[in-house]
Design a protein around this ligand. Structure first.
Ligand code: GTP
Ligand code: SPV
Ligand code: MN
Length: 595
C-alpha cells in the first residue's frame, strides 16, 4: 500500500474481498498520471490497447464481441421483497443473489491484480459528493475511472477513520490459471454476467462484463441506481439528465436539465452550438444530474461525473463539433475503428471511409464493406475539462439552479417537436409516460418502442411507482420555484423515413422558445396534449425547412394520441395500488381532453 488507510471498514472490506477473489496481488490506486501511464503502457504491451499516433495520450480498445453494451436483462435491483424493486426491475432476493455471486467471485481474480480505486462522485467539496471505492481486476476500468470520476488519495483522506463510502465490487469474471494466456478483453459469458445492486446497503456487485456502465461502477450503478434510492430516502434527486446553461442575447442565463434515454441525444444537446444569433451555450454535464433544493428554495443541479462516455458513431464536426474538440487527446476509444496512420474512424464521422481500417472486431476492413467498421455503441471516454464550452461553473460545489426540465425520446411518429406541460403534475405525467425506440446502448433488440419513464427504466434503484411519487413530492416542496417542464422529439420521420427536423445546433430554436415561454414573451397554442408553439413563435430565421415538414412536426394527431391511451393504461396497471393517484388523474384528464 503506497499510502496509509485510516478507515478500518475500508481496510476490512478490501481484505475480505481479496480473500474471496484470491488475486495475485492487491494494488491501491492513487489517481496519478504516472499510474495511468503505467497501466496504459502495460496494456499496449499485451496488445489489449493500441496507442493512437494521431491523438496524444489516446488509446483504442476493442471489446469481446459479446461484451459491447449494458446488459439490462442481467441487471438486478435486489431487496428482500420483489415489491420493493417494482415491476420494471429484475429482482432476485438479497440472500439468493449474494449466494450465486459469491460462488462466481470465489477465486475469480486468480492470476490478476486487484485494483482498489478510491473515487468521488461530484467535486470532493460539494455538499452532494458521494465517495465510492471500486475494486476491480480490470486495468481498463481503472483508466476509464480516472477520467470519469475523481480518483485519488484525497478521497482516502476525506474518508478519515470512519467516513461512509459506497463499496463497488467489479470483476471481469475470467480467472487465469498459471501459464494461461490472457484474453485481450477478458469477460464472462452472458449467463454469468450480473450487474447487481443492494440499495438497502448502498452496495454494488458487478461480475462478468468489462464494458461501460456494467464496469465503470461510479456511473449508472452508483450515480443513478444506488443514488436514486438514496435520493428518495434523503429528499433529493438523481436523474439521467444532461445539464446545460443557455445565455440569451440580453445576457440572461437559463439552466436546463434534460432526460433522454440512452443514445437519444443527451451528449449532443449538452454540447449544443446554437445556430440562432446571440444565444450561447455552456456544458455542465452530459448524462447524470444530482439535484438538491437550495437555501433559496430552488433546485440546484450538479454533474457527479468528471468525464464523458459518449456514443462515437454519428459524432462529427458538423453534428457535434464540441465533442470532436473534446476528444483530441487524453481519450480512450472503445470499439471504434482504427486507421492505418493511427487515428480513429466511425460511421458518420466527417472523413470519408479510408481504403483500409482495423474494425472493432480487430479484423481488416476494406472500403465498401457491408459490415460496420465501428460498433453502433462504440464510445469515447474523455475528460470533461477538455470540452471547449465546459462551463466555468461545472464544478461549483452547490451546482446551478434549474429553470427548465426537458423529457423526450425517439419517436418516428405521433410526438410533436416540442410541447410544454400545463403544470407540474402534467409534466410528471409526460415524464412518466415517455416512450422511446430502443437503441444499441443495451444488448437486445433495437428500434422497439417501449415506455421509458424519465429515461430511468434501466436506472431506477427502487419501485418506479415510488419514484413517481417522489417526483410529485419534490414538486410540492419546490412550489413556485419548480422548473417548467417540456417534452421534445427530435426524431419524427417523414413517410420516406427522413428526419423531419434537422436537429443538433438547430435544436437551439426550440430551447429559445422554451426560454421565451418562461419570460411570457410567447403565448403558445393550447392543445389537448399540452402547449405547442403558435404559428410564427418558433424562430426559423435562416433555416430551410419545408412547410410540409414543419406542419408534420407540429401536428397533434388526436387519433394517434387516443391510440396511445390503452398502452399507457396497461403500463400504469403494472404498478397496482402503488401508482400515485395524481398520475391516474392525469391520464383521465388527458382522456377527457382527447374525447
Ligand atoms: P448515452 O450516452 O447512451 O446516454 O446517449 P446520449 O443520450 O448522450 O445520446 P447522444 O447525444 O450520444 O446521441 C446518440 C445518437 O443520436 C448519435 O448518433 C447522435 O448523432 C444522434 N443524435 C443526437 N442528437 C440528435 C438530433 O438532434 N437529431 C438527430 N437526428 N440525431 C441526433
Ligand atoms: C447509457 O447507456 O445511458 C450510457 C452508456 O450512458 S453506459 O455507461 O454504458 O451506461
Ligand atoms: Mn447515458
Amino acid at each position: 500500500m503506497a499510502y496509509q488507510v485510516a478507515n478500518k471498514k475500508l481496510r476490512e472490506w478490501v481484505q475480505e474481498v481479496a480473500e474471496m477473489t484470491k488475486p495475485g496481488q492487491v494494488y491501491w490506486c492513487d489517481g496519478s498520471k504516472a499510474e495511468y501511464d503505467r497501466l496504459m503502457d502495460a496494456m499496449v504491451a499485451t496488445g489489449a490497447a493500441i496507442r493512437l499516433e494521431k491523438r496524444p495520450n489516446s488509446f483504442a480498445f476493442f471489446s469481446d464481441p459479446s461484451d459491447v453494451a449494458r446488459v439490462e436483462d442481467r441487471t438486478y435491483i435486489s431487496y428482500p421483497t420483489q415489491e420493493e424493486a417494482g415491476p420494471t426491475n429484475n429482482w432476485v432476493a438479497v440472500d439468493d443473489l449474494k449466494k450465486t455471486m459469491r460462488e462466481l467471485y470465489d477465486g475469480c481474480m486468480r492470476g490478476r491484480t486487484m485494483y482498489v480505486i478510491p473515487f468521488s462522485m461530484a467535486a470532493l467539496t460539494s455538499p452532494m459528493a458521494k465517495y465510492g471505492i471500486e475494486i476491480t481486476d480490470s486495468p481498463y476500468v481503472v483508466c476509464n475511472m480516472h477520467i470519469m470520476t475523481r480518483v485519488g488519495v484525497d478521497v482516502i483522506k476525506a474518508l478519515g477513520t470512519d467516513g461512509e463510502f459506497i463499496p463497488c465490487l467489479h470483476s471481469v469474471g475470467a480467472p487465469l490459471e498459471p501459464g494461461q494466456k490472457d484474453a485481450l478483453w477478458p469477460c464472462a459469458p452472458i449467463e454469468q454476467k450480473y450487474i447487481s445492486h443492494f440499495p438497502d446497503e448502498n452496495l454494488i456487485w458487478s461480475y462478468g462484463s468489462g464494458y461501460g456502465g456494467n464496469a465503470l461502477l461510479g456511473k449508472k450503478c452508483l450515480a443513478l441506481r444506488i443514488a436514486s434510492a438514496m435520493a428518495r430516502r434523503e429528499g433529493w434527486m438523481a436523474e439521467h439528465m444532461l445539464i446545460l446553461r443557455l445565455t440569451s442575447p440580453e445576457g440572461k442565463r437559463y439552466h436546463i436539465a434534460a432526460a433522454f434515454p440512452s443514445a437519444c441525444g443527451k451528449t449532443n444537446l449538452a454540447m449544443i452550438m446554437p445556430t440562432i444569433k446571440g444565444w450561447k451555450a455552456e456544458t455542465l454535464g452530459d448524462d447524470i444530474a444530482w439535484m438538491m433544493i437550495g437555501k433559496d428554495g430552488r433546485l440546484y443541479a450538479t454533474n457527479p461525473e468528471s468525464g464523458f462516455f459518449g456514443v462515437a458513431p454519428g459524432t462529427s464536426h458538423s453534428s457535434n463539433p464540441m465533442a470532436m474538440d473534446t476528444i483530441n487527446e487524453n481519450s480512450i476509444f472503445t470499439n471504434c475503428a482504427v486507421t492505418d496512420d493511427g487515428d480513429i474512424w466511425w460511421e458518420g464521422i466527417d472523413a470519408p471511409a479510408p481504403e483500409h481500417l482495423i474494425d472493432w472486431k480487430r479484423r481488416d476492413w476494406e472500403r465498401g464493406s457491408k459490415e460496420l467498421a465501428a460498433h453502433p455503441n462504440a464510445r469515447f471516454t474523455a475528460p470533461a475539462r477538455q470540452c471547449p464550452i465546459i462551463s466555468p461553473d461545472w464544478e461549483k460545489p452547490e451546482g446551478v439552479p434549474i429553470d427548465i426540465f426537458i423529457f423526450g425520446g425517439r419517436r418516428a411518429s405521433v410526438v410533436p417537436l416540442v410541447t410544454e406541460s400545463f403544470d407540474w403534475d402534467h409534466g410528471v405525467y409526460m415524464g412518466a409516460t415517455a416512450g422511446s425506440e430502443t437503441t444499441a446502448a443495451n444488448i437486445g433488440a433495437v428500434g422497439n418502442l417501449r415506455r421509458d419513464p424519465f429515461a430511468m427504466t434501466p436506472f431506477c434503484g427502487y419501485n418506479m411507482a415510488d419514484y413517481f411519487s417522489h417526483w410529485f413530492e419534490m414538486g410540492d416542496k419546490l412550489g413556485k420555484n419548480a422548473p417548467r417542464i417540456f417534452y421534445v422529439n427530435w426524431f419524427r420521420k417523414s413517410p420516406e423515413g427522413k428526419w423531419l427536423w434537422p436537429g443538433f445546433g438547430e435544436n437551439s430554436r426550440v430551447l429559445k422558445w422554451m426560454c421565451e415561454r418562461l419570460e411570457g414573451k410567447v403565448q403558445g397554442r393550447e392543445t389537448p396534449i399540452g402547449i405547442l408553439p403558435a404559428d410564427g413563435e418558433l424562430d426559423l430565421t435562416g433555416l430551410e425547412i419545408s412547410e410540409d415538414y414543419l406542419n408534420e412536426l407540429m401536428r397533434v394527431d388526436l387519433d394517434a394520441w387516443r391510440a396511445e391511451l390503452p398502452g399507457v393504461e396497461s403500463f400504469f396497471a403494472k404498478f397496482g395500488d402503488r401508482l400515485p393517484k395524481r398520475l391516474s388523474a392525469q391520464l383521465e384528464a388527458l382522456r377527457k381532453r382527447l374525447a
